[in-house]
Design a protein around this ligand. Sequence first.
Ligand SMILES: NC(=O)c1ccc[n+]([C@@H]2O[C@H](COP(=O)([O-])OP(=O)(O)OC[C@H]3O[C@@H](n4cnc5c(N)ncnc54)[C@H](OP(=O)(O)O)[C@@H]3O)[C@@H](O)[C@H]2O)c1
Length: 248
Amino acid sequence: MNLSGKVALITGASSGIGEGVAKALALKGVKLGLAARRTDKLQLVLTEIQKQGGEACIIEMDVTDKESVTEGVAKLLNQFGSIDILVNNAGIMPVSDIDTFKIDEWEKMVDVNIKGVLNVTSSVLPELIKQKSGHIINLSSIAGRKLFKGLSVYCGTKFFVAAFSDIMRMEIGKKHNIRVTSIQPGAVATNLYDQISDAALKEGMENLSNQMTFLSPNDIADSMIYVLEAPNHVDVSELFILPTDQEW
Ligand SMILES: NC(=O)c1ccc[n+]([C@@H]2O[C@H](COP(=O)([O-])OP(=O)(O)OC[C@H]3O[C@@H](n4cnc5c(N)ncnc54)[C@H](OP(=O)(O)O)[C@@H]3O)[C@@H](O)[C@H]2O)c1
């Protein structure tokens, strides 16, 4: 499928995977809504995209806030007239052991990684149903198919994303001609681990980069382009992508 001229909303476009995917899709001629809370970071991404001849707009959005999401989707529709692709990428990972009772962090993960996906999907899906076409890509994780000590709530949120994606695919694929993909990366070099407040777990995560060559956001972008460019009758429903030397 030719992506040129399609319109995509990417949440969490201010850094890491979202930023990488935004830049790669812009080079394919996709018009982008760059959504996140940090508009200064989004501005840097926008400037780079525009320098390369791409088209995008900044959308200040907190995915946990339904009103902010509704306004952001309206802004994108106003700017580009339609929406074809949604990348539910915004996510956080402040992991900790259960018996440290970091309840605020558990709730934040549920709010961003689960409710955020529901908020954005429920705002965008009616548009895709109306036009009887579209593609929703959700960022799950290796933590959405394997269990890791210390990652209980995070794993729960990413298992949710994988389950939600596949059931959504069953319900809207044939009925509304909308493709759904869950992407489950292993370790990717981003700032995701910065928010870990548990010192030992943070160190453990940071040390992973001594044990393997992390994927780059660009590797994820390449796989996403493969998924999006597949002919319309092909839905890559799950993509599990790991560093070659990530054994577990
Ligand atoms: N890095 C990995 O190893 C890895 C592996 C598997 C899956 N993933 C998943 O990949 C996705 C992207 O993560 P990343 O690694 O690229 O981390 P990252 O660089 O920390 O990016 C996270 C993005 O989420 C956005 N975000 C966080 N809370 C938000 C909110 N309330 N509203 C809107 N946007 C919000 C952030 O933007 P603002 O702060 O500007 O709002 C940021 O752009 C996540 O879902 C993560 O779980 C990552």
